[in-house]
Design a protein around this ligand. Structure first.
Ligand SMILES: [Fe+2]
Length: 703
């Protein structure tokens, strides 16, 4: 073994053992070579030479950048710790790639400081990563380049960071420019984003970057091994072989792999799966096409409507596209309609029929259609995946919350207002994530020379199309109605007294929603005596104005003035629900449901007449390469949070301490209730819905 191989091996073993530490939440010192030597700090390109009106340019140094230390208008810019974090994270990664593990500062990969969290019951199963497995992974022939790509990605992303700081410290708003795929389409109606990169205090900490690297490393190495083993499999077996031929370090949803093709599992996922915000209560036959009514029976359907047991899921958003992006891999998709039926006991959903095409004579598929039934369900799953990732997840949480973070920063935070601590944990990491997403996964290119996004490659519809869907949603958006849980549920027919305890997103979500409302109310009571106190609070009014002004946040439906405590509470409740509850429900099922690709393909390759079962697996579902990419991406995007909603005592040490104490106690009760139900369900072999258990619900959109 030559020297290079030795250093490579050292690096892999280091990362792998560090990963095992994170998974086990044990002390890290036994593994990490720590050292007294902390990473030598490079000089940062702080401040700037150029006078640009009122701007100070702040750059992160790259290896070849020139340090330019100057002041603007006599004002100097203090070197913030978070920039230092990024710079030293880059240095550490470069050292890791060279196999220089001896000088790694222990605060980069400090598993010991991560508080052990209460384990919650899930559907996922994992094999222990013991020492022998780690060694085997590090020695495997596939491991040589497995780490380079993610490390290079993070490194390049961070090297591309440039921040222009205004002298007043505010973050500027920007509108989305036209996309080159649709140059005639004005996207200025979309939700506002920040101009450029986020301020340094919104970047990931070096510990978070370290955690991400550690979290994903053993998975990537295991994926390399399993990919080789699954390569020669028959298309139908390949997806399962990825989890069974080499099982170490690859969490698997065994229950789903066993039941995914069952109609009741397919239906269940609309109320307690990946995208449980699409289903509507069937209220009249006009919601259905003539083809569906004729095939499924007018009287039967009306009977179900009368008993409030009929449900509809339609993907109208996709109608106007229904063809793939102009460039990219082969893919075909529909804008399906699905009809579901709740059993008399109101405990279980089943699927009655699916219409894929939107023509008057469109075929309606049912359980009697043999292999074509699987074909229809596969195309529904693909449509659902696209709407989930681009709209329910990215649009309705990540992007919709961005103007609020900017407005809160520019007013409450800058004025050090008593409401600022309430929002501090809710805005962590999101600006950096959104900025990074626009540069990678959802690369927002304005010219075709720019490299396409990962999202363009991995999904049926691309960046340009999803922006149009979100634009439509935002045009009819109303802050309280669209982002408040009970009103959003009502918009789909789920009134307060609608009887459906198996709709677990609604059940668990409403518990969180109510707890957040009570917390917001108590917090407001701690600050204000009466409505008049709110009305005369200039900073609060400035915040409302900033959030709503067309040249600033431009959030439709957000109050332009806040004159009473009740309105303020409602705003705070909604602004806590979106980044914690709603995002958790949209984000964290990703790996659990996407990793077994036949269950939720992110795209389908072809439309087929009279497809056989083999056609569905071979010609319609994504191939091995795309499957691996989906698994890797969704694994990264589901790293557990370090800042969960039930663990914010430090944040509320000065303001809101008593109110938070009450919230925490309430969240503990909710967590126990959800956990007891999940354990009971798991014992019965039923699915688990753990995403809104407060013990794992992050406070912010932090991944
Ligand atoms: Fe997310």
């Amino acid at each position: 073994m030559n020297m290079n191989m030795n250093t490579n091996m050292t690096l892999k073993l280091f990362l792998l053992t560090a990963s095992a530490v994170v998974f086990n939440n044990n002390a890290v010192s036994a593994f990490v070579a720590p050292s007294a030597t902390t990473c030598k700090r490079q000089v940062l390109t702080v401040a700037a030479a150029r006078r640009q009106q009122n701007l100070v340019v702040l750059q992160v140094a790259t290896a070849d950048s020139i340090v330019d230390d100057d002041t603007v208008n006599g004002a100097s810019w203090e070197d913030p710790d978070s920039i230092d974090d990024i710079q030293s994270a880059i240095e550490v990664m470069e050292k890791l790639q060279k196999g220089e593990t001896g000088a790694i500062p222990d605060d980069h990969f400090d598993g010991a400081k991560i508080k052990p969290r209460k384990p919650v019951c899930t559907d996922m199963e994992d094999d222990d990563l013991d020492g022998a497995v780690l060694k085997e992974l590090a020695e495997s022939e596939e491991s040589n380049n497995a780490l380079d790509r993610p490390i290079d990605f993070l490194k390049n992303l961070m090297k591309g960071y440039r921040y222009i700081k205004r002298r007043d410290g505010k973050i500027e708003y920007a509108s989305y420019p036209r996309h080159y795929d649709n140059p005639d389409l004005d996207l200025s109606w979309l939700m506002k984003m920040m101009k450029g990169a986020p301020p340094p205090e919104y970047l990931f900490s070096k510990r978070k970057i370290g955690r991400l690297v550690k979290f994903i490393t053993p998975f990537l190495l295991s994926m390399q091994v399993t990919k080789r083993k699954a390569k020669k499999s028959d298309p139908e077996d390949m997806y399962e072989d990825l989890f069974t031929k080499y099982t170490r370090g690859i969490p698997k949803n065994k229950r789903l792999m066993k039941h995914w093709e069952e109609d009741k599992e397919f239906a269940r996922q609309f109320i307690a799966g990946l995208n449980p915000v699409m289903v509507s209560v069937g209220k009249n036959l006009s919601q259905l096409t003539d083809s569906l009514v004729s095939k499924l029976g007018k009287d039967d359907l009306q009977g179900l409507i009368d008993e409030k047991r009929l449900f509809v899921v339609d993907y109208d958003e996709l109608i106007e596209f229904a063809s793939p992006p102009p460039s990219g891999y082969e893919r075909e998709f529909y804008a399906p309609v699905v009809v579901l039926e709740l059993n008399k006991e109101r405990t279980e959903l089943d699927v009655m029929g699916i219409q894929l095409d939107r023509t008057d004579d469109a075929k309606v598929y049912t359980k009697d259609d043999g292999d074509e039934w699987l074909y229809a369900k596969t195309h529904v799953a693909s449509a659902d995946s696209n709407v989930h990732e681009w709209v329910s997840h990215l649009g309705k949480t990540h992007l919709a919350f961005e103007p609020h973070i900017i407005a809160i920063h520019n007013t409450l935070k800058m004025k050090n207002h008593a409401l600022a601590p309430y929002f501090a944990p809710l805005v962590k990491d999101t600006l950096f994530l959104n900025w990074a997403a626009r540069k990678s996964l959802a690369n927002y290119a304005t010219d075709e020379k720019t490299e396409g996004s990962t999202g363009d490659l991995l999904s049926s519809i691309g960046v340009s199309q999803y922006m149009q869907i979100n634009r439509k949603w935002w045009k009819s958006y109303d802050f309280f109605k669209s982002s408040g849980l009970p009103t959003e549920l009502e918009s789909r027919g789920f009134d307060k007294d609608f009887d459906m305890p198996c709709y677990l997103f609604r059940e668990d979500g409403m518990k969180l929603w109510d707890a957040y409302g009570e917390f917001a109310s108590n917090y407001v009571d701690e600050i204000y005596h009466c409505d008049a106190d709110v009305a005369k609070d200039d900073v609060v009014q400035e915040w409302a104005e900033e959030t709503t002004a067309m040249d600033k946040g431009a959030v439709p439906g957000f109050p332009t003035v806040i004159n009473d405590k009740a309105t303020l509470v409602k705003i705070m409740q909604t602004l806590m629900w979106v980044p914690s509850g709603l995002h958790a429900a949209m984000n964290f099922p990703q790996y659990d449901y996407y990793s077994y690709v036949p269950n939720k393909p992110l795209f389908t390759k072809a439309k087929k007449a009279n497809p056989s079962r083999k056609d569905v697996f071979d010609k319609v579902m994504p191939d091995l390469g795309m499957t691996i990419k989906t698994m890797q991406l969704t694994r990264v995007l589901t790293i557990p949070s370090e800042t969960c909603i039930d663990d914010l005592d430090d944040n509320f040490a000065e303001v809101g301490e008593a109110s938070y104490k009450k919230l925490k106690s309430k969240l503990d009760t909710i967590s126990d209730e959800i956990e007891d139900r999940n354990v009971a369900n798991k014992n019965k072999g039923a699915a688990v819905y753990s995403y809104l258990n407060p013990a794992v619900v992050p406070a912010s959109i932090d991944i």
